[in-house]
Each structure stands twice: as C-alpha cells, then as structure tokens.
Design a protein around this ligand. Structure first.
Ligand code: FES
Length: 113
C-alpha cells in the first residue's frame, strides 16, 4: 500500500511549450516551471532557492535553467543546483504527455516537504 497519494494533473497543452521553451504553471499554491528540452520534458519549482525570482523569467540553455536575478543555475532534469550562487536544489516533478496535454505528477504534500 502506498503511504502517500500522488496524481497527474493537466497543466498545459504540448503546443503551448515549443522545444527550448519554458512555461510557468500553477498547481494549487505551487508555481512550477515546465521545460521542454531536447532531452525531453521536465518540471521543477519555479522559485529560485537562492532568493526570490521566477526561473521561468530566466533562460533555458539545453537543460540548464538560469535564474534571471543573480545567474545561479539548475539542472532542470534533477533540480540540482549547478551554478553559483544557487546552492540548494529545486523540487522536481514527473512529467507525462497524454494526447495533446502535458501532465505533471504532484503529491498530496506541499512541494519541498
Ligand atoms: S535569486 Fe536566483 S540566483 Fe539569486
């Protein structure tokens, strides 16, 4: 028996996010960035772990998500902080494509907990 429930939630249409692009989506109280890379689709928390900035307003270079405020960066596949001054990882979410839709898996507990 699973201890916690998770579910996939439709957040966008595939056509909304061209390859190389990002899209900010909201799921409950969370703000999440969808990244469509050459390596596939990924989703992570959209708020930088260094201070407060929306990563969707930064840049996506391959799988490197670059913060617009101080230039810290993250690997959007894993959430790992890979460029200073970012040091703490982002929470990430599984992504699946169904038909024309992009869905992400979200648990019942708040992100990062
Ligand atoms: S707020 Fe993102 S690197 Fe500082």
């Amino acid at each position: 028996m699973p201890v916690s429930e998770s579910r996939y939630v439709r957040v966008a249409r595939i056509a909304d996010v061209p390859r190389g692009g990002m899209l900010e989506v909201g799921v409950g109280s969370r703000t999440i960035v969808i990244c469509h890379t050459r390596d596939g689709w990924f989703a992570a928390d959209n708020i930088c772990t260094h201070a407060y900035a929306k990563l969707s307003e930064g840049r996506l270079k391959k799988t490197r998500l670059i913060c617009p405020l101080h230039g810290g960066s993250f690997d959007c596949r894993t959430g790992a902080a890979i460029g200073s001054p970012a040091a703490l990882p982002l929470a990430t979410y599984a992504v699946r494509l169904t038909g024309e839709d992009v869905e992400i898996e979200v648990g019942d507990s708040p992100a990062g907990s």
